[in-house]
Design a protein around this ligand. Structure first.
Ligand SMILES: Nc1ncnc2c1ncn2[C@@H]1O[C@H](COP(=O)(O)OP(=O)(O)OP(=O)(O)O)[C@@H](O)[C@H]1O
Ligand SMILES: [Mg+2]
Length: 458
């Protein structure tokens, strides 16, 4: 509703001229008092009414314009009736303006959503920062790295990255020189990560105030592989160095002080033979591991009766069992396609050998083989399950995930003394991977260990 003051002022503007003319007519006696007064009252009333419609029309127009300016929606409230002449035209123009504003707002919204969808879907982690370095937006890949719940981080979660000295220095350089900068960042928490960060500054701020884009490259896995490779070479050299050092030592002794000592020579030669055999075993294992790795991407194509393979391996190991009972539970024959018989024999040999060496002395080793139709902790597909179980000391829980790493041993001294190279389970793992199977290790300390190999196949 128009305010009374405004209504009165507008009515005064509208009625001023006719009322003044009437006053003159009254004063000069051109019209009589009665007619003159009633005409003046009529003019005042008409002016008031006209002013009301005028102001009401304008007020509605203002409301509509504000609505259009704010959210692009046109006129929701209908215009007053009757309308002032020409207001209809203005109304129509305004409706059109509102509609075009609305469609433009929708277009901008769509473009922005498309931009966000692209940034969001990029596989590279990306973070947008404001000029002052405050984080504005992080895409899905970046959120996954930092465990952020929303695309608009408050800053706390990214603190470790943004406060990193190398990151801060690269950011300062990028803003000062207006050229892209790179930084290698190691984050120890919450999860250890190696990130290669590219800092790119924008010439002009983006719509959301973004000025700097950080493109991250998570190199944690690559670095882990590099480290593993270096560790592997170091470990392999170390494993070869000790038997070699002992051989050299014995050769020196045999050439010098023990040259004429028949008894010592026999003993030393015996030790030298053992050490050479150990080196040979290590080299054989290393070679077979690298051969398996080379062929890992090619699925095996052979056919074999794996029950027969198991029986043959058990028979071959029987002489080394030293009082341990080797029990086999397997069907008469179990033929499988898509396997490499030599490699599967190696899997069986390594697992049985471990069970004999790490199991209880004079204990029981059970090797079972059966077809399975999926099951607990197994893929839900038909396959074959080989299980080698011993009743030894078992394996402490924390060691289980690392057993298949090369050279990993629970008790390095003891394993080495029993002739282990620490490569047996790594070989098993790679053969199982090549067969697209699955290796599970179950053990409770004191309750023995069970090594289960699942292979796909009818
Ligand atoms: N059945 C088992 N019971 C207890 N510990 C085991 C068993 N099998 C393996 N382990 C542990 O896992 C480690 C790694 O086994 P792996 O077969 O890879 O090496 P290894 O037996 O020492 O040497 P090798 O290469 O001669 O087999 C062993 O050193 C041992 O500590
Ligand atoms: Mg072994």
């Amino acid at each position: 509703m128009p305010t009374p003051g405004r209504l009165l002022r507008t009515a005064a503007v509208i009625g001023a001229v006719p009322l003044a003319v009437q006053a003159v007519l009254l004063w000069t006696g051109e019209v009589g008092w009665r007619v003159g007064l009633s005409a003046s009252v009529a003019v005042a009333a008409m002016s008031g009414a006209l002013a009301w419609f005028w102001l009401e029309n304008l007020r509605r127009m203002t409301v509509a314009l504000r609505a259009a300016a704010e959210d692009g929606t046109g006129f929701s409230a209908p215009f007053v009736t009757p309308r002032l002449p020409a207001v209809e035209d203005v109304e129509e123009a305004l409706t059109r303006l509102a509609r075009s504003l609305q469609s433009r707002a929708e277009l901008v919204g769509r473009l922005r959503a498309a931009d966000e969808a692209i940034v969001e879907a990029l596989p590279d982690p990306l973070i947008v920062l404001a000029e002052d370095g405050a984080p504005l937006r992080a895409n899905r890949a970046a959120r996954a790295i930092f465990g952020l719940a929303t695309p608009y981080p408050a800053g706390g979660d990214l603190g470790a990255l943004l406060r990193h000295p190398a990151m801060a220095a690269a950011l300062d350089r990028a803003l000062a020189e207006r050229t892209p900068q790179a930084a290698d960042i190691h984050l120890p928490v919450p999860i250890e990560r190696e990130l290669a960060v590219q800092v790119i500054t924008m010439e002009r701020p983006m719509a959301d105030g973004g000025r700097v884009i950080l493109v991250l490259n998570d190199r944690t896995d690559v670095r882990a592989v590099e480290r593993m490779r270096a560790d592997f070479v170091a470990n392999a050299s170390h494993e070869l160095r000790s038997p070699l050092a002992s051989l050299i030592g014995f050769i020196e002794t045999l050439r010098g002080p023990a040259a004429d000592d028949e008894e010592a020579r026999e003993r030393f030669l015996e030790i030298m033979a053992t050490q050479s055999a150990r080196m040979q075993a290590l080299i054989d294992d290393l070679l077979s591991l690298s051969r398996i790795e080379l062929s890992e991407h090619q699925a095996p194509t052979g056919q074999a009766d794996i029950a027969a393979l198991l029986r043959a391996e058990v028979a071959a190991l029987e002489p080394l069992a030293k009082g341990t009972t080797l029990a086999v539970e397997a069907p008469e024959s179990l033929s499988m396609k898509g396997v490499d018989a030599t490699q599967l024999s190696q899997v069986m040999r390594n697992l049985l050998d471990n069970a004999l060496r790490h199991g209880k002395p004079r204990g029981l080793v059970r090797a079972t083989l059966a077809r399975v139709e999926g099951g607990a902790r197994l893929p839900a597909r038909p396959g074959v399950l080989l299980c080698v179980q011993d009743d030894g000391a078992g394996i402490p829980r924390e060691h289980i995930p690392r057993l298949t790493e090369r050279f990993y041993r629970v008790d390095a001294g003891r394993a080495r003394a029993t002739g282990g190279t620490g490569l047996g389970l790594a070989i098993v793992k790679h053969i199982v991977i090549r067969h697209r199977g699955q290796l599970t290790i179950e053990s409770e300390p004191g309750q023995g260990a069970a090594f289960k190999v699942w292979l796909p196949g009818e």
